[in-house]
Design a protein around this ligand. Structure first.
Ligand code: ACO
Length: 287
C-alpha cells in the first residue's frame, strides 16, 4: 500500500496544519478556501509523517530522520504543514520556535526566539512545480493570522533556517529575495533584516553590548558624533569576538544541508533500505 495516499480521502488538493499540541487534528484548508478540522487515527498520521520524514532525511543525506510524529508530539511547540495533490501527500514543512543566540551585524550576540524552519521536503516527483512555495506561503499566512490581534507580522527575513540545503537557499532567494546572510557561529542561517522590526524583540548580550558601546565610542569622529552603523573596532585586549564560523564547522564534511553535522554522519544506504520497509515489514512503494 502506498503510504502517501493514506490521507487521500481528507486531503485532496489541500494544505493542512498539524500542531504538536493537538497531534490528531488536521486543520485542512481546501482549494476553495474552506477550513475543516478532521480527527485522524494516530497510526495513519504516524505512517505518513514518518515516511515523509524518512524521505526528507534521505534527500538531505542525514543519518537519522529529524521529523517523526513522536518528535512532533514531544516538541510541544512545533507545527507541521502537509500539502497534497489530487491523490497523495507530496510534501511537508516543519517549523518551531527555538531559543537561539544570534550574532548581529556588529558581532553582538542576541538572545532571540525566532520561528525556525526545521525540516522541509517535497517529493522528488513534484519538485519545482510550486508545491514548496504554496506550503511556505501557507505557513507564513497561518503565523500572521495567529499574530493578527497583536498587530504583529511574520516576514520571511525574521525566520532562522536550520542548516539550509542548497535547494532551500535557492528557493529562499528566488521567492523571498533572501540571499545576504549574517554569519553565525551555530548551524542556523539568518538573513539581512532578521533584526528589523521583529515581532519578538532580540535581547543583546549585555557584555557584548557594553563592548560594542565602548568600542563604538572609540570610533567616534573628531567632532564627537558616533559613526552610525559602523562595525565595532577590535578592543585592544582581553576580548576576542565570537568566531563567525568556527574551524570545526568550516572543516566539517558537508552534508546536503551544507551546514555542520549535528545530525551525525551520512548514512544514506541504511535509510534508503528502511524506506522500502515500514514498521510492519510491509514493502513501501516509492513514487
Ligand atoms: N536544484 C536547485 N534549486 C531547486 C531545486 C533543485 N533540484 N528544486 C527546487 N529548487 C529551488 C529553486 O529555486 C527553484 O526555482 P527554479 O526551478 O526556478 O530554479 C525553486 O526551489 C522551486 O520552487 P518550488 O517548486 O516552490 O519548490 P519545491 O516544491 O521544489 O520545494 C524544496 C523546495 C522543499 C527545497 C525541495 O526542492 C526539496 O524537497 N528538496 C530536497 C530536500 C531539501 O533540500 N529540503 C530542505 C532542507 S533544509 C531545511 O529543511 C531547513
Amino acid at each position: 500500500m502506498d503510504v502517501l495516499t493514506l490521507l487521500s480521502d481528507v486531503l485532496v488538493g489541500s494544505v493542512a496544519k498539524l500542531s504538536a499540541t493537538q497531534p490528531r487534528i488536521l486543520r485542512i484548508v481546501k482549494p476553495d478556501g474552506t477550513v475543516e478540522a478532521v480527527e485522524v487515527k494516530r497510526l495513519v498520521l504516524e505512517k505518513v509523517v514518518n515516511y515523509l520524514g524518512l524521505m526528507s532525511a534521505v534527500a538531505q543525506e542525514l543519518s537519522t530522520p529529524i521529523t517523526t510524529l513522536e518528535k512532533l508530539e514531544d516538541s510541544n511547540t512545533q507545527n507541521l504543514y502537509l500539502i497534497a495533490d489530487q491523490s497523495m501527500v507530496v510534501g511537508f514543512l516543519k517549523v518551531g520556535r527555538k531559543k537561539l543566540f544570534i550574532i548581529d551585524d556588529y558581532c553582538v550576540q542576541n538572545e532571540v526566539s525566532p520561528l525556525c524552519i526545521l525540516d522541509f521536503y517535497v517529493h522528488e516527483s513534484r519538485q519545482r512545480q510550486g508545491f514548496g512555495k504554496k506550503i511556505f506561503d501557507f505557513m507564513l499566512q497561518q503565523c500572521k493570522a495567529l499574530l493578527l490581534f497583536q498587530n504583529e507580522d511574520v516576514q520571511p527575513q525574521h525566520l532562522a533556517i536550520d542548516r539550509p540545503s542548497i535547494k532551500l537557499l535557492s528557493f529562499l532567494e528566488k521567492y523571498y529575495m533572501l540571499s545576504a546572510k549574517i554569519p553565525q557561529a551555530n548551524n542556523f542561517v539568518v538573513f539581512d533584516g532578521f533584526f528589523d522590526c521583529r515581532p519578538d524583540p532580540a535581547k543583546p548580550n549585555t557584555r557584548d553590548r557594553l563592548l560594542w558601546e565602548s568600542t563604538s565610542a572609540m570610533s567616534r569622529s573628531p567632532a564627537g558624533s558616533p559613526k552610525l552603523r559602523a562595525k565595532p573596532l577590535m578592543p585592544s585586549g582581553g576580548w576576542t569576538p565570537a568566531p563567525v564560523i568556527p574551524p570545526h564547522i568550516q572543516n566539517a564534511p558537508l552534508n546536503k544541508r551544507g551546514y555542520g553535522t549535528s545530525h551525525g554522519a551520512r548514512n544514506q544506504s541504511s535509510l534508503a533500505e528502511i524506506l522500502h520497509h515500514d514498521s510492519t515489514g510491509e514493502t513501501l512503494k516509492q513514487k
